[in-house]
Design a protein around this ligand. Structure first.
Ligand SMILES: C[S@@+](CC[C@H](N)C(=O)[O-])C[C@H]1O[C@@H](n2cnc3c(N)ncnc32)[C@H](O)[C@@H]1O
Length: 192
């Protein structure tokens, strides 16, 4: 689906809320690096699911796999009414309302999972709010050979540790410009 059509759908369905531009901008920044073919993708720390909806529309027929939430640390995101969220319920509701045609599967935040897919990404979550070690095993088990990984690494020691850990398991491909942000958006590829 074209970028213009994805935007039109988002506008028509009324999902343009205060964060909608950020969802679209994030998707647009990742778009050049998205694999051409994708049957399954995984969003780690999907939040409200706005970015995942854009990525799902990009592929039309891919299954969206969503992980969010942790009982082990304080919440890092809040709804507009000030209540925190830490699970995939918010994203599921967004998919049901705005993109009911998309196949979507949710998972608990269990690092022992394996979710075979061609694309894993995490925006402002894994490698930013918690270390890469949290889901490194899951990513290694899940990403198919040649698959793409996009991770926002926090600028500073947490991100640098994450970069070193990722470099042991994936090929570095690119860094996407994120001027003024507290993170660097990095692109990696699973060994073929
Ligand atoms: C700043 S939000 C980003 C949400 C979304 N990726 C976006 O860019 O709109 C960080 C998200 O990471 C989630 N999160 C925090 N710790 C997590 C963990 N250990 N596993 C999975 N998700 C987690 C939070 O619940 C929150 O939804």
């Amino acid at each position: 689906m074209s970028g213009a059509k994805i935007r039109r759908l988002a506008e028509q369905s009324g999902e343009i809320e205060h964060e909608a531009n950020r969802y679209e901008r994030t998707y647009e920044s990742m778009r050049p690096w998205l694999p051409a073919k994708c049957n399954d993708f995984l969003d780690i720390g999907c939040g409200r699911g706005g970015i995942a909806i854009h990525v799902a529309r990009h592929y039309c027929t891919a299954t969206a796999h969503l992980i969010d939430g942790s009982d082990e640390q304080p919440p890092v995101s809040w709804c507009t009414d000030g209540t925190p969220w830490r699970d995939v319920g918010t994203a599921m509701a967004a998919f049901a309302r705005h993109a009911p045609e998309i196949a979507v599967k949710t998972w608990p935040p269990d690092p022992l999972l394996a979710i075979p897919c061609e694309l894993i990404y995490s925006n402002c979550s894994w490698g930013h709010h918690y270390p890469i070690s949290t889901y490194l095993g899951l990513a290694c088990r899940s990403l198919r050979p040649g698959g793409t990984l996009i991770v926002d690494l926090r600028i500073g020691p947490l991100g640098e540790q994450g970069r070193a850990a990722l470099a042991r398991h994936f090929d570095p491909v690119a860094t996407i410009e994120t001027p003024g942000k507290k993170y660097t958006r990095t692109v990696w590829r699973a060994f073929p």
